[in-house]
Design a protein around this ligand. Sequence first.
Ligand code: PHE
Length: 372
Amino acid sequence: VGGVKIVKEDVVREDDPTNNVPDTIFSKLGLQLHRRDNHPLGILKNAIYEYFDTNYSGKFVKFDNLSPIVSTKENFDDVLVPADHVSRSYNDTYYVNANTVLRCHTSAHQVELLRQGHNQFLVTGDVYRRDSIDATHYPVFHQMEGVRVFSPDEWQASGLDATSYAAMDLKKSLEGLACHLFGDVEMRWVDTYFPFTNPSFELEIYFQEKWMEVLGCGVTEQEILKRSDRMDNVAWAFGLGLERLAMVLFEIPDIRLFWSTDERFTSQFSEGQLGAKFKPFSKFPPCYKDVSFWISDSFTENNLCEVVRGIAGDLVEEVQLIDNFTNKKGMTSHCYRIAYRSTERSLTDEEINQLQWNVREAMQSKLNVVLR
Ligand code: PHE
């Protein structure tokens, strides 16, 4: 499956200071891992499709090819994200320019699809977030959004008020989905907050002796329906992270593996085989390098992680703050430990020393920090 490759030069004006999308991220646009039927993310997407197809006689319309480049209006305003919400910051979101972002959630498509008149739909896509680096975080991941709209006759017949009816249907549908994917598991609902739903919930399942969050959802804010010319309706919506679920279902230990083209990874998955357990090929040894520096006011961990990722790419496994102090003069020092490890081969000392050297150089030139 070939998605449309997006060329940076076509969407970003040269040296536009309102762009913070690096080339490493542009290179991921159009790869569409979720559209590969033999990839764990495609297998999981199809298993969720199957659940909705069997239980709703195919009435959910599916979208998995919508462009990840969206307006700030679609990504934030349309779904009622407040003007001062952190997710809007350049530190958290990739901006192509001042009014255009790489979507940070598939909720960015809710309003356009509601406006087009869809009443039940699933949207799957790659989403982008600036974040720290560890085994479960990667700046590109995949989400699936589901929305279902009800008309007044549906809840009126039940004797429940509209919101209770939608919340009940939502919980029933998603409990069914969790059973379809995980079998007979213990589940619980936790109240939470999203700007676009009220009430809002998280579904957790008890897995490997821990409660694990599997998705966020809720009854759609009436304001969103109003803006989509659906004043008289109620709706529910959910959003789930495919990597998170796939890591559990296939026992994939490191999120970078989803991007691997190593045949020892790719050959282990085939269409329709949900939950085939991944057999790790030997884990190669990690190598740790520490870097200490005086920060400036503008320092953020996300910026550091992007610099490291820009140099080391997928060879970086984790970036962790291990020491933090402020001296009498008010200067703050951080020490970060960078774990380098390839998922595919052993790294040589020379190679890692060179990477670390390049990281230090890039930190000095791009982050306005003073190395110690
Ligand atoms: N967009 C939310 C997120 O990315 C998930 C969500 C979708 C929550 C729809 C509620 C309704 O975290």
